[in-house]
Write a protein of this length. Structure first.
Length: 470
């Protein structure tokens, strides 16, 4: 071996030794950073759920306790956050009122050495809670709501279906839903079934009831599609128009339409499977920061990729209409008076997940679609043919799944015992709204299922429909 070659090998070996500790140190620093970030996310998650679950229930005249929220919403969540979240210290601050304590003002959750994450109850009534950015410090003088006029409310008159109420089989199936028959470890919190617009079945777990809302998770995507449909009916939107993505007209992303966004077919990239948007949901970023800026990898309309960002883009495209027609106005027209669409801290609607609603309100959403977007008084609030539009597959479809996808709604298009015209909304932790037009039936199942468990909505739907035939 030559002298020069020996020197080269010694130099290479020294360089490798030098890199080792540096790489180990860098990895350790990254692990520390990730651990801190996870704690900050967990604190944001907890602050938002304590705020939303309690404040939105109280706004409906119902109640939830912190202990109940810990038992249901704060157990069995994402594996990275679950070991952290329940032990984080929290504090609820309420507004003062003539009778003592009033509505929730904010929730603080500590995640470090005195460092806290905050969720604030919206100053605008009917907007729920919003998680604040990491590092946010609340105004100590915040002490009163800013009141404003609310849109008119259409009270829904509920009627019972006496034939169904006498059905023992229907109630046995409901008991099965609560007892884990449709999924080991699943946790049902509510079941509502409508037949021909009448209540055929309604049951709840302890701590829940007709006026207690839960986070809809991705059922909100079907709510978002309904909000877009109402904008189309008013003339405020066109699903085949650009969603307005990109920096200007020369940006290739301008070809992405609202229709592409509703169908999860924008062709955009995201760094994780599209059902995770932690920086927005728990970290305190905004819709504009997180959902609008992803690059396009595929021609729009050619690739299906389930993505929160797509639904958020569809809603962002019609946001100028919200000054005159906020989502709450639509909910009140439908009779969904216990439903709240929450926003990011800058007022951008997080209509991919952050809607709080009751089982009854979601049943009314399903009934609206059974009635082709027409209210009981004859008022059309969704365009003629809209229900066919959202429940018809168009373009790319999910791979490796038995479910199809329309525009904001999933499709049961190949399941024995379930009519082929059935479509449904689905969300994390077992939220389902099943619409069966040929049977004039709506099935709502609410849950707080633990991560790793699954409620068998196909079997439950099939069994409910069979029971209604008896």
């Amino acid at each position: 071996m030559s002298h020069h070659m020996r020197k080269a090998l010694i130099a290479a070996a020294c360089a490798a030794l030098a890199l080792g500790p540096a790489q180990t140190s860098a990895q350790s620093a990254q692990e520390q950073l990730d651990a801190r970030y996870d704690r900050a996310l967990a604190a944001g998650y907890k602050a938002l759920f304590l705020c939303s679950a309690i404040a939105n229930a109280e706004a409906n005249g119902a109640s939830r306790t912190p202990e109940s929220v810990h038992q249901w919403e704060l157990t069995g969540i994402y594996p990275t956050l679950d070991p952290i979240i329940r032990d984080l210290e929290w504090e609820i601050t309420r507004y003062e009122s003539d009778d003592g304590e009033g509505m929730i003002a904010r929730v603080a959750v500590e995640y470090g050495d005195g460092e806290k994450r905050f969720a604030l109850y919206a100053l605008e009534p009917g907007n729920g809670c919003a998680v604040q950015p990491i590092g946010f410090v609340p105004d100590p003088d915040q002490s009163a709501f800013i009141l404003s006029g609310l849109p008119p409310i259409r009270e829904h008159v509920w009627q019972d279906d006496p034939g169904a109420l006498d059905g023992r089989e229907l109630y046995r199936l409901s008991r099965d839903a609560f007892d884990g028959h449709y999924g080991e470890g699943s946790r049902t919190t509510g079941v509502v079934v409508l037949r021909q617009g009448a209540l055929a079945l309604e049951e709840y777990a302890p701590d829940f009831g007709p006026n207690v809302p839960q986070r809809t998770w991705s059922v909100a995507k079907s709510v978002a599609a309904t909000v877009v449909g109402a904008a189309v009916q008013r003339g405020d939107a066109d699903v085949h128009a650009s969603a307005g993505l990109g920096v200007d007209e020369a940006d290739p992303r301008r070809v992405i339409t609202i229709d592409h966004a509703l169908r999860m077919a924008t062709g955009r990239y995201s760094d994780t499977p599209g059902n995770r948007t932690d920086p927005l949901y728990w970290g305190g970023t905004t819709v504009d920061e997180r959902a609008a800026n992803w690059p396009m990898l595929h021609e729009p309309g050619t690739v299906y990729r389930y993505a929160n960002n797509d639904t958020l883009a569809a809603i962002r495209a019609i946001r100028e209409s919200f000054d005159a027609h906020p989502p709450g106005q639509l909910f009140n027209l439908i009779g969904m008076t216990n439903t709240v669409a929450e926003t990011d801290w800058q007022g951008g609607f997080v209509l991919s997940s952050q809607v709080w609603s009751t089982a009854r309100d979601l049943a009314l959403l399903g009934q609206l679609h059974l009635d082709d977007g027409v209210l009981p008084d004859g008022t059309r609030i969704l365009p003629e043919g809209w229900v066919e539009y959202v429940s018809t597959p168009s373009g790319p479809q999910p791979e490796g799944r038995s479910w199809g996808y329309g525009a904001g709604w999933w499709l049961f298009n190949n399941h024995e015992g379930i009519p082929t015209d059935t479509f449904f909304a689905a969300g994390n932790r077992g939220q389902y709204v099943v619409v069966v037009p040929s049977r004039d039936v709506v099935i709502v199942r609410r849950g707080e299922d633990m991560v790793g468990t699954r409620f068998d909505i196909e079997a439950f739907t099939r069994d409910i429909l069979a029971a209604l035939d008896e």
